[in-house]
Design a protein around this ligand. Structure first.
Ligand code: SAH
Ligand code: SF4
Ligand code: F3S
Length: 460
């Protein structure tokens, strides 16, 4: 791992300034996971550092950047649709620069498709090029022709990248990049490259800065946070890192994702139990309740091992809630195997599930596996899964009625005059309150529950 610091590129900023008559505006939109959203915040930071202003409407922009996701086919097609719609804008404003970056562009086929069928796309660059964006823009402006980078991998960890965060009280804090797990269905290791951990002192420095800036909720990010520390010179694991962070004084709480069950340890659960700053919520994606399917998925744990950890957490952390990702219709998943997933869900009693119908990703191992079940079979299974989950979540949420809970007020809720606050256990409560409370902690009495949305009132 090679660690480098971001440096401001004066020359590139001058080329960019000279290209426009007035200070230019950029519109950046991120798709996909929190890692990508955090990358989008850095892209905005780098653009501001290079002299751009930011705008919320792409119609106002001199530079449009789509920061894309490749995890499922649907995600990719949505991007192609949205990119296609920009053609008209380019016809009106030939100086407009349209760029595509992020996970999709790490695939050769995607760059080819953009090259051939989307001639109005000027700039394409991969997930590891954020710090070089001003140079790329200057190069594109100088050359006056398209600049479509073919995918490359780069293993530098770049620190001190300027950032424009979307929120003033909730922050993403990546602790590692990439993924080495190669789950057989997943494109992420191919597009994000090998796993690299940040040095703990860099993470700590950013963490302290966030607390000083008044951030209340800090979510640590990594595709598998439990393998944090591998490859570093220092000897440290994820639980040790949490310990270090929790030593920092201040009024904040910490979440993290994603915990891969194969590397989640009892030590991690013990650390969660020890520190009140660590939320009583664990996102532990199981993907399937069948040992055969888990093996085919290359997940490296069994249902029994998974349940042991869940039961340990239930015992050590009263009131803990769990969430998970589930894939329905993995190639060859039988009715019986699907029912094992339903069974597991009922045993764990998840508060939330993120459910996906299997999507074939070219280049992954599962893409070569026979897939005899129809899409209709899979959507039927999905409907059954959602029904089972709704019953579980409703029951759990009802159990919250009568409790007094500290919440972080996140914003306005659906009903006019109401706010939404997030509990430690990741549930959301709607209550009447003044908008001035947004971004601070308050206490709410929980009075009602509809599926996973709680209703309550401010404690007098
Ligand atoms: N690193 C995280 C998740 C990354 S992707 C983890 O291991 O849990 C987020 C979720 O997308 C995955 O957990 C999985 O449920 C889903 N997913 C990934 N590839 C998929 C595919 N090809 N089809 C359907 N769902 C997929
Ligand atoms: Fe994909 Fe598996 Fe890595 Fe998660 S751990 S990103 S599912 S390969
Ligand atoms: Fe998507 Fe890339 Fe995240 S593929 S889920 S944006 S790591």
């Amino acid at each position: 791992m090679n660690r480098i610091d971001f440096t401001h590129n004066t020359q590139a900023a001058e080329v960019i300034a000279a290209h426009y008559d007035s200070p230019p505006l950029a519109f950046v939109h991120s798709y996909g996971c929190q890692q990508n959203v955090n990358d989008g915040e850095k892209i905005k930071g780098v653009l501001v550092d290079a002299g751009y202003g930011l705008c919320d409407k792409f119609e106002d922009a001199d530079l449009i950047l789509f920061n894309t996701c490749a995890v499922r086919e649907h995600a990719e097609e949505r991007v192609f649709g949205n990119v296609g719609a920009l053609k008209q804008l380019k016809a009106k404003n030939p100086r407009l620069i349209i760029g595509i970056c992020g996970c999709m562009t790490q695939q050769e086929g995607v760059v080819e498709r953009l090259r051939k069928s989307y001639p109005f796309v000027d700039l394409v660059f991969g997930v590891n090029g954020i710090d070089t964006l001003p140079q790329l823009l200057a190069e594109k402006m100088g050359a006056g022709k398209r600049l479509l980078k073919t995918p490359t991998q780069r293993y530098d960890v770049v620190e001190q990248i300027p950032i424009q965060r979307d929120s003033t009280f909730r922050a993403w804090l990546p602790i590692m990049y990439g993924c080495d797990n190669f789950c057989s269905y997943c494109i992420v290791p191919y597009v994000r490259g090998r796993e690299r951990s940040r040095k703990s002192q860099d993470i700590l420095a950013e963490f302290r800065q966030l607390i000083e800036q008044g951030y209340k909720e800090i979510t640590l990010l990594g595709q598998n946070v439990n393998s944090y520390g591998k490859g570093l010179e220092e000897t440290i694991d994820f639980a040790d890192l949490l310990e270090q962070l929790c030593q920092q004084p201040g009024d904040y709480h910490i979440r993290f994702m994603t915990s891969h069950p194969k590397d989640a340890t009892k030590k991690l659960i013990d650390t969660m139990a020890k520190y009140p700053q660590l939320c009583n919520h664990l996102h532990l994606p199981v993907q399937s309740g069948s040992n055969r399917i888990l093996k085919e998925m290359n997940r490296h744990y069994t249902v029994e091992q998974y349940m042991e950890l869940i039961n340990y957490a239930k015992e050590k952390i009263p009131g803990i809630t769990f969430s998970s990702d589930i894939i329905v219709g993995f190639p060859g998943e039988t009715e019986e195997e699907f029912e094992q997933t339903l069974d597991l869900i009922s045993k764990v009693e998840y508060m939330q599930l993120f459910t996906f119908i299997y999507s074939k990703r070219t280049g992954t191992r599962a893409a070569e596996m026979p897939d005899p079940f129809t899409h209709k079979d899979k959507t039927n299974r999905m409907a059954r899964l959602l029904k089972t989950q709704e019953e579980i979540a409703s029951r759990l949420a009802k159990g919250m009625i009568g409790k007094q809970c500290r919440v972080l007020v996140e914003g306005h809720s659906r009903q006019p005059g109401t706010l939404a606050g997030r509990l430690d256990n990741n549930l959301v409560v709607e209550f009447a309150g003044d908008a001035a409370l947004i971004g601070s902690y308050t206490t709410v009495n929980i009075e009602d529950a509809r599926v996973t949305m709680l209703k309550g009132s401010l404690q007098a």
